[in-house]
Design a protein around this ligand. Structure first.
Ligand SMILES: Nc1ncnc2c1ncn2[C@@H]1O[C@H](COP(=O)(O)OP(=O)(O)OP(=O)(O)O)[C@@H](O)[C@H]1O
Length: 803
């Protein structure tokens, strides 16, 4: 069925065609009467006819509906040869740009095309196999501005262009509007008969469906005005000139000088750029939070070929996959999406979980900082330079949320999430994971759990209003995903390819190849070729301050008392004195030695309880100097809970840290003494019957205990806790630690450990296989509690960096 809009397009095109044919055709008829095949029988009549032709040409509007391809002369009189183009005819020459006259003509015609149409009205795609693009060289600025495609030079690219053109015609026929696509073939690559037939079909029906063809070296192109190159002149036929052609020898139009062309192209490119620019403000509605998320979430992300480009999280496109090389604009695109959503939906409608695995600052702007206390009230958790373990914690939380929603739906007797929303405030969730491939790196326990959780969320999330955006430079080569790729990515129908995206589109779809910064191919059909849409998105960080102003507006709109999101900053130092659990510590019989912050959803404070059980001691293991700082934090936190106890420090290293801890603990009211490491055997002996004492040893590996002293230490480790005597010790090597414990019999004597820079392989002999995967890295430690059978990744407490 022909839609109303399509009928209008066709009618307009047909009327334009009639006008063009009428004007130029009438002039041709006059010429025909007086001249045949170039031989002029009646010069005065011919002159009159020429004048009429020139007059017709003058009255032709200066628009790309007509192109001036040359002129013809009789005596002193010259008349331009005007051919109808946009909306009515195609244009073809019988030889390609290997003939320099054709290069000239093509360039001249291209300039007319751009000057004769409004900025943004054309999308020109080019082919030049014989000249490797040289025919279009003066138009580089237009190529850079995206108005002119980079010339295609091979068969595969040529076929892609034919695909694009067919898609374009199809979209137009189904009612889409937008720029006219112009296919300019300076010289075609070797191609099959089938390719030639496709071009012919496009040329025949295209002009009324927003597709124009200028083809050089295609003598019999359907629906075209044809130019035949002869020795010293050219002939024009087809279209209004009829099959017999214009009865005159035509001198083809010559292009301006190279300098002039480049200058004109630069000006035109500037104009095109301006027209294509979309501002960040265009994405955001003037009134905040007016939309409801019952059936999905929608936001404007940029401008497509036919106006604002809207993307959705709904049943058809529940999850998105975004790809692009580093620097390709992923972060900017995600910010456009997130701010667009946050401006449309209130925090009751939308909750955001933001996870970034790269070293960068993509999502810092959603969190408060010392300079700017504002945050996005939709943010429920933000991870910056996240660990895979933190990613898993978020995935677990959302899986749990999915279960909670499922239970709530059963209780409410409803089957759809939208129905649940009628009774209960359950916002849609969007989880964004930037550089998500990091989460699945390796093939260890963490990667396997991440894959399992992701698969579950990808399959079932949509039914519970939970959506995901995965963004990455690379989707291929993720080992943990090998067997799951289809089952997981099959749930991500919406693909967004940014410049350099190598694998988010189908392998047969190379549409991302020519993208420039600020452009994206959006494909809602899993990346399949026929469903590409090109869009431009604005730079959220355009320096105008609009984004900051919006964040403040959103923040000011937040519900009174709503807290900032918990933020995980992988690079941040953790300082005991700023820790809320430390600040809240009070005197107690069973203290907890605090050692850092767990890599979990809320960054909970991590520590070990020093109760009366045998083996309730803490070992800090590894030569990393942070060991001294963790040990100091543990001792100071215990002292805050046990001000009546005695603290004995022995040290072979880190004198300043010991000094600070001694002063601090003294201030807390506890009794504190300090000894050199040489005194360690004596200190050990003195503790045989002692009570309520904490032995804090810095660099215990330097003690070199003899057999009797090792036995004394074992006895203390086993029986001390019952008398409230505990050891907090830092051993810099694993070997000295296990030797001091008397080998494998002493394995249970120290139940708790903070492991720093000792790889998992060296730990398994003492702590078992569950720590085999541990890989030391800066600002991370593994907290082991054998009794609780837990292994927790932590950010260890360290001293505040002095500026
Ligand atoms: N729509 C746009 N318009 C203009 N410039 C843009 C646009 N998008 C991105 N840019 C420019 O490109 C730069 C890189 O973009 P962005 O930081 O989003 O890349 P990325 O893919 O996230 O890179 P990385 O992964 O290395 O962080 C931006 O700093 C900005 O200058």
């Amino acid at each position: 069925m022909v839609t109303g809009r399509l009928r209008k397009v066709l009618n307009e095109a047909s009327a334009r065609h009639q006008r063009a044919v009428g004007r130029v055709g009438a002039a041709r008829a006059a010429l025909d009467q007086v001249a045949g095949g170039g031989a002029v029988a009646n010069p005065p009549a011919y002159e009159a006819a020429t004048a009429r032709m020139a007059d017709a040409a003058q009255r032709v509007p200066k628009s790309a509906e007509y192109l001036r391809v040359g002129e013809f002369a009789h005596g002193s009189r010259r008349a331009p040869v005007i051919v109808p183009f946009l909306g009515s005819q195609q244009l073809a020459t019988d030889v390609d740009t290997r003939d320099p006259r054709v290069v000239d003509l093509l360039r001249e015609v291209l300039l007319q095309l751009f000057t004769g149409s409004e900025a943004g009205a054309l999308r020109v795609r080019t082919v030049d196999a014989a000249g490797l693009g040289a025919a279009f060289a003066p138009f580089r600025p237009l190529i850079d501005a995206g108005a002119l495609g980079a010339p295609v030079t091979d068969q595969a690219g040529y076929r892609d262009l034919l695909d694009q053109a067919e898609n374009h015609v199809r979209a137009r026929l189904s009612g889409e509007t937008g720029p006219v696509l112009v296919l300019v073939i300076a010289s075609a690559p070797p191609h099959s008969r089938a390719d030639a037939e496709r071009l012919d079909a496009l040329a025949r029906s295209g002009a009324s469906a927003g597709l124009q063809v200028i083809a050089c070296g295609v003598p019999a192109l359907a629906g075209a005005v044809r130019i035949g190159l002869r020795e010293g002149y050219a002939e024009v036929s087809g279209g209004p000139f009829g099959e017999a052609g214009l009865a005159a020898r035509v001198t083809l139009a010559a292009a301006p000088s190279l300098d002039d062309m480049t200058e004109m192209a630069t000006r035109l490119a500037e104009r095109e750029r301006k027209a294509a620019t979309i501002g960040f403000t265009d994405l955001v509605p003037t009134t905040l939070w007016t939309e409801r998320a019952d059936e999905g979430l929608r936001t404007v992300v940029g401008r497509g070929e036919s106006g604002p480009a809207v993307l959705s999280f709904d049943d058809a496109t529940p999850h998105w996959l975004v790809g692009g090389r580093s620097g390709g604009g992923k972060t900017v695109f995600l910010l456009d999406v997130l701010y667009g959503l946050a401006a449309r939906y209130s925090p009751d409608e939308l909750a955001l979980y933001l996870l970034d695995f790269k070293e960068g600052v993509s999502f810092t702007e959603f969190t408060p900082s010392e300079l700017d206390p504002s945050w996005i009230p939709h943010a429920r958790a933000v991870g910056i330079e996240s660990d895979r373990e933190y990613g898993v914690a978020i995935l677990r939380e959302l899986t749990a949320e999915m279960t909670r929603r499922s239970v709530a739906m059963k209780r409410a007797g409803v089957t759809r999430y939208a129905q649940l929303r009628v009774r209960k405030q359950v916002p849609r969730v969007v989880l964004v994971i930037d550089e998500f491939h990091v989460l699945f790196q390796g093939n260890d326990k963490v990667a396997r759990e991440a894959v399992a959780l992701l698969e579950d969320l990808a399959r079932k999330g949509r039914s519970y209003g939970i959506h995901m955006v995965l963004a990455s430079q690379t989707v291929s080569g993720i080992e943990a995903l090998y067997t799951k790729k289809d089952s997981i990515f099959g749930q991500f129908p919406l693909r967004v390819a940014l410049p350099g995206a190598n694998s988010v589109l189908d392998v047969l779809n190379s549409a991302a190849a020519g993208l420039r910064i600020g452009e994206a191919i959006v494909n809602p059909a899993g990346g399949i070729k026929d469903h590409n849409r090109l869009l431009r998105f604005p730079n959220a960080h355009d320096g105008s301050g609009t984004l900051d102003a919006l964040r403040h507006r959103l923040w000011e709109h937040r519900a009174p008392g709503s807290p900032p999101p918990p933020v995980f900053q992988g690079y941040a130092e953790q300082v005991l004195e700023k820790d809320s659990a430390y600040l809240a510590l009070a005197e107690t019989a069973v203290p907890r030695a605090l050692v850092g912050r767990a890599v979990d959803l809320t960054g909970s404070t991590a520590g070990v309880t020093l109760d009366a059980g045998p083996g309730r001691h803490l070992a800090v293991l590894g030569a990393d100097p942070v060991g001294a700082e963790v040990l100091s934090a543990a001792a100071r936190s215990v002292a805050k809970q046990r001000p009546g106890a005695r603290f004995l420090f022995v040290g072979a290293t880190a004198p300043e840290i010991i000094e600070d801890a001694v002063i601090d603990i003294g201030r807390a009211g506890a009794s504190v003494a300090r000894h050199p490491m040489t005194a360690f055997p004596d200190v050990l002996a003195s503790l045989a019957e002692a009570e309520d004492t904490y032995l804090v040893g810095f660099g215990l590996d330097a003690a070199s205990l003899d057999r009797a002293q090792t036995q004394a230490l074992s006895a203390l480790l086993r029986r001390g806790p019952a008398r409230r005597v505990h050891v907090l010790g830092w051993w810099r090597t694993m070997r000295r630690f296990t030797e001091d414990l008397g080998g494998s019999q002493g394995r249970e004597d120290v139940a708790c450990a903070v492991v720093l820079n000792i790889p998992g392989g060296e730990l398994t002999g003492h702590f078992g296989q569950s720590v085999a995967d541990w890989q030391p890295r800066p600002n991370r430690a593994l907290l082991i509690d054998r009794h609780a059978d837990t292994r927790t990744l932590i950010l260890p407490f360290s001293r505040e960096e002095e500026l």
